[in-house]
Design a protein around this ligand. Sequence first.
Ligand code: THU
Length: 130
Amino acid sequence: MENDVLINYAKKAMGNAYAPYSGFCVGAALLTVDGEVFTGCNVENSSFGATICAERCAVMKAVSEGCTSFLKIAIVSSGGSYTYPCGVCRQFLSEFMEEGTVVLCDDQTGEMKEYSLDCLIPFAFSMPKD
Ligand code: THU
């Protein structure tokens, strides 16, 4: 799937962001190895630490539907530039997306950037395999 198509899914999901505390709306769209798309938005909470980022929202939706292998994630925000995934989301994605691609879109210019997940979280933690 082309990056701009996946970005459009993320933009649509951003419309559902629940961000009354920060006012910072984020949307994410996850492409599975089977070509399915799962979207997510940030969901804030008055107990701030309970907030869920858009990226993890998308991963939760996919995994709970039985999809655990992803190729790409697109991320957009209302922040005025590129929004890089937070550290927790990078680690979370690395569980299901060893060689995945992260596509970011500047909400001001519409320009896109692409990174490998490995470049965003080198030496991600994983449990030793025997
Ligand atoms: N947020 C995301 O949804 N994804 C990120 O990668 C960074 C931060 C959200 C969480 C919170 O609702 C708001 O942005 C401000 O931190």
